[in-house]
Design a protein around this ligand. Structure first.
Ligand SMILES: [Zn+2]
Length: 311
């Protein structure tokens, strides 16, 4: 029902915006009343048409890599307020090791580069978790690393998160109501007079709406996405692991170690079964676990504990 109202509201807004563009393009050069509820007036002519086209584009838009980067940085900063990084430098042996696995996967993905590159961040935490933020900020907890029995299982968790970034799930979690709010504020902002009190008020609203965007993404990132998106990321992760030379069974093995809830995305047992079904379609043509990776894992993680110094 809620969805239906959103869709109706979205359609109505789109209709009004298109209506305004048509009105403006039919040589109404003078003053044209904006249809924005409680809005002011929009001065017509070429400029206004351009502005409305921009607004229309913004309504359905995908963010540019640069915009994603700034959103990602803000979301990461807000998440780090309540969480501790493994080290200040982010360059201890275990952090470099995780970055090596992550970058190998990112390079084998359909989005090997983001605006400022991928970043893999180890968090000190006793809960098993990993999450991804727009533009390729990927977080993984020490507990998850210590729960893994081999490198392929760590790669499984990271491949799932890289896939969320590739599939743009974090920015897709911005609610449609929030997008509408931003678009309407943009129209009002364009319509009000420069430096007027209302312009400042609208700007404040926009800043608040941007805070809401960060909240929307933060919620999606931490609580997981809907079932379909989680499945989509798991299926993409299987192919990604194969591309990077990892055994994708590492992903289903890691999923079987998780419990429902506590930040775990979806039902892990069901997801593990779906991942195995997908792997079965490759008919055994999947990479085997590599010896060098076995040794490397032992060098950094031993008996479920992260080594302070790698041997
Ligand atoms: Zn997920």
């Amino acid at each position: 029902m809620k969805q239906l109202i959103h869709t109706k509201y979205k359609t109505l807004t789109l209709f009004l915006i298109i209506g305004m563009i048509i009105a403006l393009t039919s040589q109404c050069e003078s003053l044209i009343k904006s249809f924005v509820p409680g809005g002011k007036y929009i001065v017509g002519g070429y400029k206004a048409v351009k502005k409305l086209k921009e607004v229309y584009k913004a309504y359905n838009k995908e963010f540019t890599p640069k915009e994603e980067y700034y959103i990602g940085r803000t979301v990461s900063a807000s998440l780090l307020k309540k969480r501790r990084m493994y080290s200040r430098s982010g360059r201890t042996p275990i952090e470099n090791y995780i970055a090596k696995i992550g970058n190998t996967l990112a390079m084998a993905s359909n989005l090997p580069e983001t605006y400022q590159g991928y970043r893999f961040i180890v968090l000190k935490s006793r809960s098993i978790n990993a999450f991804a933020v727009p533009s390729g900020y990927i977080f993984i907890t020490t507990k998850l690393i210590e729960t893994a029995s081999n490198e392929d299982e760590i790669a499984g968790a990271l491949a799932h998160e890289v896939s969320h970034v590739v599939l743009k799930h974090p920015t897709k979690s911005i609610s449609s109501a929030r997008r509408t709010e931003i678009v309407l504020d943009l129209v009002k902002y364009g319509a009000s007079e420069a430096a007027s009190a209302s312009k400042i008020k609208i700007l404040n609203n926009l800043t608040k709406a941007f805070g809401g965007v960060i909240d929307d993404i933060g919620k999606g990132v931490l609580n997981g996405y809907n079932k379909d998106r989680e499945k989509e990321a798991d299926i993409a992760a299987v192919q990604l692991m194969i591309n990077a030379g990892y055994n994708p069974k590492g992903l289903s093995a890691m999923l079987r170690k998780l419990k429902v809830g506590g930040g775990v995305h979806g039902n892990p047992k069901d997801r593990a079964r779906d991942v195995d079904n997908k792997i079965a379609t490759y008919g055994g043509k999947i990479p085997k676990m590599r010896r060098c990776r076995k040794n490397r894992f032992k060098r950094y993680v031993r008996k479920g504990k992260i080594r302070r110094r790698a041997r």
